[in-house]
Design a protein around this ligand. Structure first.
Ligand SMILES: [Zn+2]
Length: 432
């Protein structure tokens, strides 16, 4: 569906982007010198302690993958309180709120993802020591969610009229097996054909992502009849086959540049300590900023599974003494089922794209040294569709993302909020 829509979307988005008055108006001067905008930037700095309080409140509402609903309801209430229009939760679970622009056509999505990687049983209680906030999800992405609300509030209070319409979005399914389902829904259904620019708030620091790290994710399930570990010794063993596969994967050699990675992130299975298991599975994630390198590591992965299976089955064909085990092995050797559970496309925004120039103007006005890199965020989807997109980091300094000891250092974090605000205006354009 998405593939079929892509060329049409691209043409439409390009046509609107090229004629967007916002971008032309913004190029004329530095927005940061306008009194209303200067005032809003000062407000954002004063409001940073409240932004941090909001970040903590959001974090303490758990939002495990596929269970973002409670946090989404809270976010929707905030959008209503801010006076955004047409506030709604769409069919996929994304929260949307609209701030109409002056021009008819350009539409900027300003997005932060609602979900965390943590299962429901993990406590998301936050502790604070000095400038350090500690708790699962505090940086990724409660920081982005809190910054988005403050930016929306600053805009509403300032009464600034933007050229483009801004749709604020709290999206679902960015992490893990969510596989970008929230943002994919925005482009395929909820706002199909209408989004001309996309900005995601995700990650900490003052950089930005203009490239999409692609990834393939798989679940591999090894199966065999299984049996008693003593009585049926000699059965080919799915867990041993999985071990052989992981041993091969662990030896993969990948380039530093273009950065390419692999990780077996989960294993699950087995029956008991005294059983030859009948099933075991693993989940593996492979990433690269280069599509060619990603395909190479993908090919090595498939070869590793095939040869691990062959080794395990051949080994017992040779060594099993028990005739019943030999019979089972001959009829039902260990098999492996490779299931694709995630795909994120690779891509890169052109260095001279207006959306990146807009971010550079915001950076320059705030004395931030612009730095762009590749990321794996909601922007992957628009970037792969050829729609101008950027992911802004959100200030402060995060560490331990996706770990239980995740933390956020809020020293000078107001700069991230100010940059997000100014970059949004530079992208959306401001009426003179
Ligand atoms: Zn994130």
């Amino acid at each position: 569906m998405r593939k079929r829509l892509a060329p049409a979307l691209r043409v439409l988005a390009l046509a609107v982007a090229l004629t967007a008055p916002g971008l032309r108006a913004a190029e004329a001067g530095t927005l940061a010198t306008r009194p209303a905008i200067r005032e809003a930037l000062a407000y954002i700095q004063r409001a940073e302690p409240a932004t941090l309080d909001e970040q903590v409140r959001l974090c303490e509402i758990p939002a495990p993958p596929f269970q973002e609903k409670i946090r989404a309801e809270y976010y929707r209430a905030k959008f209503i309180e801010l006076g955004l229009q047409d506030v709604r939760i769409d069919a996929e679970g994304n929260v949307l709120g609209v701030r109409p622009g002056r021009a008819n056509g350009p539409l900027v999505v300003f997005d932060a993802h609602l979900d965390t990687v943590f299962p429901a049983e993990v406590s998301t209680k936050v502790t604070r020591t000095g400038t350090i906030l500690k708790g699962p999800g505090i940086a990724d992405n409660c920081r982005g969610l809190a910054v988005l609300l403050t930016v929306a509030r600053a805009l509403q209070q300032s009464k600034i009229t933007t050229e483009a319409t801004i749709v604020f979005v709290g999206s679902v399914g960015e992490e893990g097996l969510g596989d970008l389902r929230g943002v994919k829904h925005l482009f395929a259904k909820e706002l199909a054909g209408r989004i001309t620019h996309f900005v995601a708030l995700d990650g900490t620091g003052l950089g930005a992502a203009d490239g999409a790290v692609g990834s393939y994710r798989y679940r591999v399930t090894f199966r065999a009849p299984g049996g008693h570990s003593y009585g049926m010794f000699g059965l080919a063993n799915p867990i041993h086959a999985l071990g052989r596969a992981i041993d091969k994967i662990a030896r993969f050699q990948v380039p530093d540049s273009p950065k390419t990675t692999f990780n077996v992130g989960r294993i699950e299975g087995g029956t008991s300590v005294n059983s030859v298991a009948h099933t075991v599975s693993m989940e593996i994630d492979m990433r690269s900023v280069s599509a060619a390198e990603l395909d190479k590591v993908d090919a090595s992965f498939r070869a590793a599974i095939a040869s691990a299976l062959k080794e395990e089955n051949d080994f017992w064909a040779q060594h099993a003494r028990n005739p019943r085990a030999r019979l089972v092995n001959a009829r039902n050797p260990v098999t492996a089922d490779i299931e694709r559970i995630g795909t994120r496309p690779t891509g890169k925004v052109a260095d001279d794209a207006p959306i990146l120039a807009a971010v550079r103007r915001a950076d320059a006005a705030l004395g931030i040294k612009s730095s762009f890199s590749a990321g794996s965020t909601n922007s992957n989807t628009p970037i792969s569709l050829g729609i101008p997109a950027v992911t802004l980091r959100t200030g402060g300094d995060g560490s331990g993302n996706h770990a239980l000891d995740e933390q956020f250092d809020s020293k000078d974090s107001h700069l991230g909020t100010q940059r997000a605000f100014l970059a949004l205006l530079e992208i959306a354009g401001v009426a003179p």
